[in-house]
Design a binder for this molecule. Structure first.
Ligand code: PMP
Ligand code: GLN
Length: 388
């Protein structure tokens, strides 16, 4: 008997877990699930170890370690020129994932509508379903070799019931970075229709080609209606620390705080001062990471092109999207399911992040947050596709 609640029945095991399992099964190079294969800054790791050894192992403050909230506030001020009060406007969460779920559960009424930009990160759809709300997809549309927002589709998607829009820039999976002009237009639309925005900025540092990350919360009329979500995961190479945060003025954050306290109450305590240390002191290291990812991005893009794919532009994140049609393939899911066994590489099909899969069926995502020799090996293996 299927005892899973109806709200969750449409959801399968996440594609990330599925493809990582396949990668392990076939000893494939895993360019599917996005996690780096190198550690974050050494002094940060040492600080976490010291915290554990010196007794910081019990429940911490419900809103997160004070030192971390203060460091996040300073980071936001420095990087984005935005002020969030560490006492009232910052909540530390169990990864960005919990911040997303708590925002949706705490701010979205059942039966209201939430706009998701397609392709959307899988957690958004599940959070909307758990809240008993309805998701309404608005597809990204091609813009040169990248993508941008479709404002006609957005206007058509907005209704009386729209309560929240979930935005993600730099965008997973496409690597698109929405420019200031696009965000300004989106901001005007949200203000006009009184829509709250969840702005997922976990890749806020990972931009290339001189693209600047703009937080929609910094635009006129948006601070009071935006919950910014970010995380240590991508910025500091610690996806396993599951330490993220939500930023919003106190009145808006109240719903997020309420939901979060009954989900996990608090996150892991000893890593929080270590993340605080890194936000305050490891900016150089972060810039080094971005430079190194930029080189990896070019290496993988060249390799994928040489292997016969049509390669899209990546202006942010650590993912590259390719089109598989030049190699004669028509279905990204099938392609990705076969790839680990066929040539020893794992990737992620983009269509699983959409409701209308037609424009995305031949798009596949590869991660480049891996050591050079790992990328070289993946590229070598992918050449077999061209030869078979
Ligand atoms: N949002 C996006 C767009 C992501 O790609 C990810 C995956 N890292 C998350 C949120 C989740 O982040 P965390 O691991 O901090 O929960
Ligand atoms: N954010 C990571 C990605 O997009 C995966 C996170 C996860 O496994 N849930 O690859």
């Amino acid at each position: 008997m299927n005892r899973v609640v109806q709200r969750l029945q449409p959801f399968q095991q996440t594609i990330f877990a599925t493809m990582t399992e396949k990668a392990i099964e076939h000893n494939a190079v895993n360019l599917g699930q996005g996690f780096p294969d190198e550690d974050g800054p050494r002094p940060m790791l040492e600080r976490a170890a010291q915290e554990i050894l010196h007794g910081n192992n019990q429940y911490g403050d419900g809103r997160g370690h004070t030192e971390l909230r203060e460091a996040i506030s300073r980071q936001r001020e420095r990087a984005r020129g935005q002020h969030y009060d560490p006492e009232t406007d910052i909540l530390v969460t169990v990864g960005a994932t919990e911040a997303i779920a708590a925002t949706v559960l705490g701010l979205v009424e059942p039966d209201s509508e939430v706009i998701l930009i397609e392709p959307y990160y899988d957690v958004y759809a599940a959070a909307v379903a758990l809240a008993g709300a309805k998701r309404v997809g608005v597809p990204l549309i091609p813009n040169g070799k990248s993508w941008t927002l479709d404002f006609d589709a957005l206007d058509a998607a907005i209704s009386e019931k729209t309560s929240l829009l979930i935005l993600n820039t730099p965008h997973n999976p496409t690597g698109a970075v929405l420019g200031r002009d696009v965000l300004e237009r989106l901001a005007r639309t949200c203000v006009e229709h009184d829509i709250v925005v969840l702005s997922d900025e976990v890749y806020e540092y990972l931009t290339f080609n001189n693209r600047e990350h703009v937080s929609i919360a910094s635009l006129p009329g948006m601070r009071e209606r935006t919950v910014v979500v970010s995380s240590a995961a991508k910025t500091l190479n610690v996806t396993g620390w599951k330490t993220g945060w939500a930023l919003a003025p106190a009145e808006l954050l109240a719903g997020v705080v309420k939901a979060k306290q009954f989900m996990s109450y608090v996150g892991a305590t000893p890593v929080q001062p270590a993340v605080a240390y890194a936000l305050d002191n490891e900016e150089e290291w972060i810039h080094g990471l971005v430079d190194s990812l930029d080189r990896k991005r070019q290496k993988l893009a060249d390799g994928l092109r040489a292997a016969g794919f049509d390669v899209h532009d990546t202006n942010g994140t650590y993912f590259i999207v390719v089109d598989i049609s030049p190699l004669g393939y028509k279905d990204g899911v099938q392609f990705c399911m076969d790839l680990p066994e066929k040539c020893g590489v794992a990737a992620i099909p983009v269509q699983v992040f959409t409701d209308d899969e037609s424009p995305w069926k031949t798009k596949v995502r590869f991660a480049f947050c891996k050591r050079d020799e790992v990328l070289d090996e993946a590229i070598r293996r992918l050449h077999a596709l061209n030869e078979s």
